[in-house]
Design a protein around this ligand. Structure first.
Ligand SMILES: Nc1nc2c(c(=O)[nH]1)N[C@H]1C(S)=C(S)[C@@H](COP(=O)(O)OP(=O)(O)OC[C@H]3O[C@@H](n4cnc5c(=O)[nH]c(N)nc54)[C@H](O)[C@@H]3O)O[C@H]1N2
Ligand SMILES: Nc1nc2c(c(=O)[nH]1)N[C@H]1C(S)=C(S)[C@@H](COP(=O)(O)OP(=O)(O)OC[C@H]3O[C@@H](n4cnc5c(=O)[nH]c(N)nc54)[C@H](O)[C@@H]3O)O[C@H]1N2
Ligand SMILES: [Mo]
Length: 774
């Protein structure tokens, strides 16, 4: 992001990718100025410049003609029909009627309101909070989703073996400690700076690049264990060890074997702070099955030479070492295992809880990590009480819709999929985030009604029956805040709403009014009154600390307020290290569990009682010999604003770019810039090839986020724009966590020789004559 001089007329605002201010320009767009305190602003801010009035925005309430004419009900297929524009009054009347029908006929447990997604940074207009509050108020509840696509496996596993997810991923080793203390960072999955651009709720300072460079200048070494060199900034001088996708657990087990065999394990720490070392040691030594997990064994699986694995173990034991495991590793089949193995490896090194050392889950994967949390509460919209008990792990959406009444395992419990009639989404894009989109399409055809609020014609909106145009963040007043950022931002509206767009809150208020619960939904507050109300707990906490605690009007006039941080005290792991009896972990034993009785007792063969290397169902085959890594995109947050300038500039021939090693490209006659078809038995997409030595042979990379653009060609549905979820696999990580496995799948790829279909993902769908026009 180039820094320009901000004019005094610029108004503050905030996004998940940075705090900024902006002024309207003569082109109908915005001039964007990163926050002056941000040392390394995110280039993703560039997507705001032309975002407001793009043709991909939704201008009016729209209803699919099929739903309007045939009424609610399952359909052959959603997503390829015509839409009809309705007035707000008519759209809201029909939706309120349908919500009432479903509630009265089937009860609130027939409504899926999980509505997973990142929405926008403002805390009041946070779409998920608004939709949950509305469904709780108007229906008495809804079927919810738990966990995240980000970290489903880790969220279920970490509390069993080391501690609460937040404690291990947010209040642990800090960047300051790494600058001062760490000798060696073993980064499994790397720490790409593109990823720490992002923090939900906002991030006013991007500190990672500077911290890595300062640590490296002091002599710290970073090792990027990943199939891609670009997963670490070159300025930090990282060594690249290329690991075959999905095999990190084997590498870690090989390192652990070397530590054990060479007498380098910290037996004192294993005795005083851990349980289950004997069980893990027996596994490492192959006592039960005759297969010791030696570096040579690990080399055969991972492609990393045995001597490199052993050497890494020795280096790790000789200094202050930090082990980090990226989210990506656990967003894959058996994703629990690399997280647990990382904890076990760090435990054997004996430095968990020491400054800059030990284990940090997902350090650098977002701008939230490696910082100390703020000491005051931040504004949160109350969601009310959900009277429905039924839930799904978030990535089981298609399973739920396709298998109502069926039972499934989840973290020790057996749950039943509810029978869903109405699906409500606000602030997320399932046709971005979910796997195997052909299957999701089939699944979403089974419900009676699919409702989507969005500000743009995403694939989810195109598949909906009722599409309500929401305002985008740039058009609203709000408060931007994250529990890890020192600035709370008074976000100001930078434009009038596009077309007839309304705030999610206003849409829900109007629905609540029709359903007789307006007062309960709004508590009598206008949006402005809500902002003042939500600001108050933070102000009071500031005042109690004796810090500047401006009233709301002064906060709004100043544009921001500074929040104090908690002490940089290493969190629960530091206290536990110092005295495990006085500060036990929240695990069953109070210690780090290298063997978990709880997990063992669940009896899941896909997640046994200690970290283990497990055979995979998804693995390279003659039909699908390449690993596809579908990671986070560098030029946007997920699918958000894919239509805007910065994201568009990264495309080639209008398509998402797929990276491939020249060796694999040559074997397939693929040249740089060619359009390729990426496919497997589940589906296919087109992308533009880029040849690079920065990716390991046998692996290709297509980031997520290109808007799904399915076209039926020769009997096959192909996403012609390059959405990798056209080919990913829709299975849970294991019965423990049921997390998303979207990061990795196996595919083949070939040069596309047919006519290149036009990408129409950003063209609004066909709109028939408006209702009432004849
Ligand atoms: N293959 C594969 N798939 C993946 C992943 C992967 O690694 N590989 N990663 C996964 C991960 S980690 C995640 S977190 C998910 C992300 O999945 P999502 O969070 O669903 O993705 P977003 O594109 O951020 O979706 C947010 C949507 O909300 C809309 N929106 C923004 N502001 C507002 C608002 O104020 N009101 C309303 N109504 N709408 C708004 C945006 O336009 C956008 O459509 O994707 C997952 N999917
Ligand atoms: N710019 C940008 N930043 C983002 C996001 C975004 O959409 N855009 N999304 C944010 C969100 S919601 C999340 S959850 C985080 C996600 O954080 P991550 O999941 O960690 O991020 P990814 O980019 O998906 O993956 C990181 C890298 O892991 C490597 N990798 C994949 N599989 C393996 C494996 O099996 N072994 C090893 N060693 N490496 C592997 C890939 O090369 C990949 O580039 O990112 C956040 N940051
Ligand atoms: Mo995520």
């Amino acid at each position: 992001m180039t820094r320009q001089t901000e004019t005094s007329a610029a108004l503050p605002h905030s996004a998940h990718w940075g705090a900024f201010s902006a002024t309207p320009n003569a082109k109908g767009g915005l001039d964007i100025f990163p926050h002056p305190e941000d040392p390394d602003p995110s280039p993703i801010l560039g997507n705001f410049a032309d975002a407001l009035t793009h043709r991909a925005r939704i201008a009016k309430p729209m209803v699919s003609r099929a739903w309007l004419e045939a009424g609610p009900g399952p359909r052959e297929r959603r997503g390829d029909g015509e839409f009809v524009a309705l007035s707000w009054d008519e759209a809201l009347d029909r939706l309120a009627g349908e919500l009432t029908r479903v509630r009265d006929a089937h009860g609130p447990a027939a409504v899926f309101g999980g509505s997973y997604g990142w929405a926008s940074a403002g805390r009041f207009h946070h779409a998920q909070s608004q939709v949950h509050r509305f469904l709780n108020t108007a229906l008495g509840g809804y079927v919810r989703s738990v966990g995240s696509y980000s970290a489903g496996a880790a969220q279920a596993l970490l509390p069993h073996v080391i501690g609460a997810f937040e404690d291990i991923s947010r209040h642990n080793v800090t960047w300051d400690q790494i600058v001062d203390h760490t000798d060696l960072v073993l980064a499994f999955g790397g720490m790409a700076l593109k990823n720490s651009n992002i923090a939900s709720g906002g991030v006013s300072r991007h500190i990672e690049r500077g911290a890595m460079e300062r640590a490296a200048a002091r002599g710290a070494r970073f090792v990027n264990l990943s199939p891609m060199r670009t997963d670490f900034p070159s300025s930090a001088g990282a060594e690249w060890i290329s690991v075959k996708p999905g095999t990190d657990t084997a590498v870690m087990l090989g390192m652990m074997h070397a530590l054990d065999a060479d007498g380098l394990a910290d037996l004192k720490f294993l005795e005083s702070h851990c349980v289950g070392w004997d069980r893990l040691a027996a596994y490492l030594r192959g006592e039960a099955d005759g297969q010791p997990r030696t570096p040579a064994w690990a080399a055969g699986i991972s492609g990393v030479e045995a001597s490199v694995i052993a050497d890494l173990a020795h280096r790790a034991a000789s200094g202050r070492t930090l082990v980090t495991v990226a989210h990506a590793l656990q967003r894959a089949e058996h994703g629990e295992q690399p997280v647990w193995a990382g904890v076990a490896l760090a435990a054997m090194l004996g430095r968990i809880g020491a400054p800059g050392c030990g284990f940090h889950y997902a350090l650098g994967a977002m701008g939230h990590t490696g910082r100390t949390p703020v000491a005051t509460p931040i504004p949160t919209m109350p969601q009310g009480k959900n009277g429905v008990a039924a839930l799904i792990p978030c990535a089981r959406i298609s399973d739920m819709l396709l298998h109502p009444g069926e039972r499934f395992d989840f973290n020790g419990a057996t749950l039943t999929y509810p029978d869903i009639r109405l699906v409500y989404w606000a602030g997320g894009n399932p046709f971005h985030h979910h796997q195997d989109l052909t299957r999701l399409r089939r699944a979403l055809s089974r419900c009676d009604t699919f409702v989507v609020h969005d500000f743009a014609w995403t694939a989810s909106a195109r598949h909906a029956d009722i599409v309500l145009p929401a305002t985008m963040t740039l058009e609203r007043e709000d408060i931007g805040a994250a529990g890890t950022d020192p600035l709370m931002i008074a976000m100001r509206p930078l434009s009038r709403p596009y077309g007839e767009a309304r705030d999610d809150h206003e849409i829900f208020r109007a629905l609540a009014a029709r359903m007789g619960v307006e007062e309960a939904f709004t508590e009598g507050r206008s949006p402005e009154a809500w902002l003042r109300h939500l600001y108050e707990p933070t102000r009071q906490a500031l005042a109690a600390e004796g810090l500047p605690a401006p009233d709301f009007d002064s906060f709004r006039a100043a544009g921001e307020v500074r929040l104090p941080r908690r002490a940089n005290d290493g969190g629960i792991l530091r206290a536990f290290r110092a005295d495990p009896a006085a500060a036990p972990l929240k695990t069953p034993s109070g210690r780090i569990e290298l063997y978990s009785e709880t997990i063992a007792d669940f009896g899941y063969s896909d997640c046994p009682g200690h970290p283990a290397w497990l055979d995979r169902e998804e693995a390279p085959s003659p039909e699908a010999p390449l690993w596809l890594v579908s990671n986070q995109p560098a030029t946007r947050l997920h699918s958000q604003l894919d239509y805007a300038a910065h994201s568009q500039a990264s495309k080639s021939r209008g398509r998402e770019v797929m990276r491939i090693n020249p060796q694999d490209a040559a074997a397939r006659g693929v040249e740089d810039g060619d359009i390729v078809r990426i496919f497997n038995a589940r589906g296919a997409c087109l992308a533009a090839a880029q040849l690079t030595e920065d990716i390991a042979p046998g692996v290709i990379n297509l980031p997520t986020g290109a808007w799904y653009d399915p076209v039926d060609i020769g009997g096959e549905t192909i996403c012609v724009h390059g959405n990798p979820n056209a080919v990913t696999r829709d299975r849970g990580t294991s019965r423990l966590a049921q997390g998303s496995t979207g990061q990795l799948c196996c595919v083949e790829c070939e040069k596309w020789t047919g006519p290149t279909p036009t990408v129409s993902a950003f063209e609004p769908p066909d709109a028939g004559p408006a209702a009432g026009d004849g």
